[in-house]
Design a protein around this ligand. Structure first.
Ligand code: MLT
Length: 269
C-alpha cells in the first residue's frame, strides 16, 4: 500500500500491534526483504516497513541522501499518526539511515537495532566500487547489478542449503529502477562518517551480525558495539549479510527479546 507523506507517495507495509517498529531495508532491496519479520514479529510490535525512495512502490525522485531517506521515514510516521518514539531497525543501508534518524530526530527514536551495518563512511575502495555499480546500472541495467552483488549476500551455508533464497533476492534487486539504484549508490558514497555519532547514542541498542557476513563482517559490528554505550551484540550462526532472511527465527528471536526489554519502559540509559 501507499501513503501520501510529506507531499509524496511512499510505499509501505504495516502489520501487528504494540511498540512501533520501523524496518528500514537495505540496498538494492525493498520492504519485501522484511517479509519474515512482518510475519514473525507482529505479536510483538506494530511493524512498519517502508520502501525507501526509489525502491519498490516509492517513486525515484531526487534528492537521494541519507538525511532525505530519514526525513521520508519521519514523514511516513507522521502520516500514520505515530508521534511517539519508535524502535528503528535498519539493515545495512537502512542502518546508515537509522543513524541519520538518531542524529536528526533523537526524540522520535526509542531504541535502535543496527543489523548487518557499519558506521564508518566509504573509503577509496568502496567509493570506486560504488562508481563501478553506477556504471553497471546505467550500461547493463538492474539485473546485471544484482548478479554482480549477489555472491556476497549469503553465507556459504545458506547458498548450499537454500539456493532459492538467492534467486528471490536477485529477482527483487533486478526489479528495481536504474534511478533508484544510482540514487542510493550516490547517497551511500556521499554519506557522512557516523563513528563519532555512536558515542552519542543514549538509548538501548541491539547490534546484529551474521558470523559469515562478507559485507559488514563481525569485526565491524564489534567496533560499533565497543563505541555505543550499553549496546548489546548478537552474532547469528550460519548467517551472512542477509541475516534476517537467512535465519529469520533466530533474528526474530533476538529482536523479540530486545523489544520485550525496551517495549514498555522509558529506558533512556
Ligand atoms: C546493503 O545491503 O544495504 C548494502 O550492502 C550497503 C552498502 O552497499 O554499503
Amino acid at each position: 500500500m501507499r501513503a501520501s507523506a510529506g507531499g509524496r507517495l511512499i510505499g509501505y507495509e504495516e502489520a501487528g500491534s504494540g511498540t512501533p517498529l520501523l524496518l528500514l531495508h537495505g540496498f538494492p532491496f525493498t520492504r519485501r526483504m522484511w517479509a519474515p519479520q512482518l510475519a514473525g514479529l507482529t505479536g510483538r510490535a506494530r511493524c512498519i516497513a517502508p520502501d525507501l525512495r526509489g525502491f519498490g512502490e516509492t517513486p525515484a525522485d531526487p534528492p537521494f541522501t541519507m538525511d532525505q531517506y530519514a526525513e521520508d521515514a519521519i514523514a511516513l510516521l507522521d502520516a500514520l499518526g505515530i508521534i511517539e518514539p519508535v524502535v528503528v531497525c535498519g539493515f545495512s543501508m537502512g542502518g546508515y539511515i537509522a543513524l541519520a534518524l538518531w542524529r536528526r530526530h533523537p526524540d522520535r527514536v526509542r531504541a535502535l537495532i543496527l543489523a548487518n551495518t557499519r558506521a564508518n563512511a566509504d573509503g577509496p575502495e568502496a567509493v570506486a566500487g560504488r562508481h563501478a555499480i553506477i556504471g553497471v546500472a546505467r550500461r547493463d541495467g538492474p539485473a546485471a547489478v544484482a548478479k554482480q552483488l549477489a555472491p556476497k549476500w549469503l553465507s556459504p551455508h545458506t547458498q548450499r542449503r537454500s539456493p532459492e533464497t538467492l534467486g528471490g533476492l536477485e529477482a527483487m534487486a533486478a526489479a528495481q529502477s536504474v534511478e533508484g539504484i544510482v540514487g542510493a549508490s550516490e547517497a551511500m558514497l556521499h554519506r557522512p562518517d557516523s563513528m563519532a555519532t555512536l558515542a552519542t547514542i543514549t538509548i538501548p541498542t541491539l547490534i546484529v551480525v551474521g558470523e559469515d557476513d562478507a559485507i559488514t563482517p563481525p569485526d565491524v559490528a564489534e567496533a560499533m558495539h565497543r563505541a555505543i554505550p550499553h549496546s548489546r551484540l548478537e552474532q547469528l550462526r550460519l548467517a551472512g549479510h542477509l541475516s534476517s532472511v537467512e535465519r529469520p527465527a533466530a533474528f526474530n528471536g533476538v529482536v523479540a527479546e530486545f523489544l520485550a526489554r525496551v517495549g514498555s519502559a522509558e529506558q533512556r540509559v
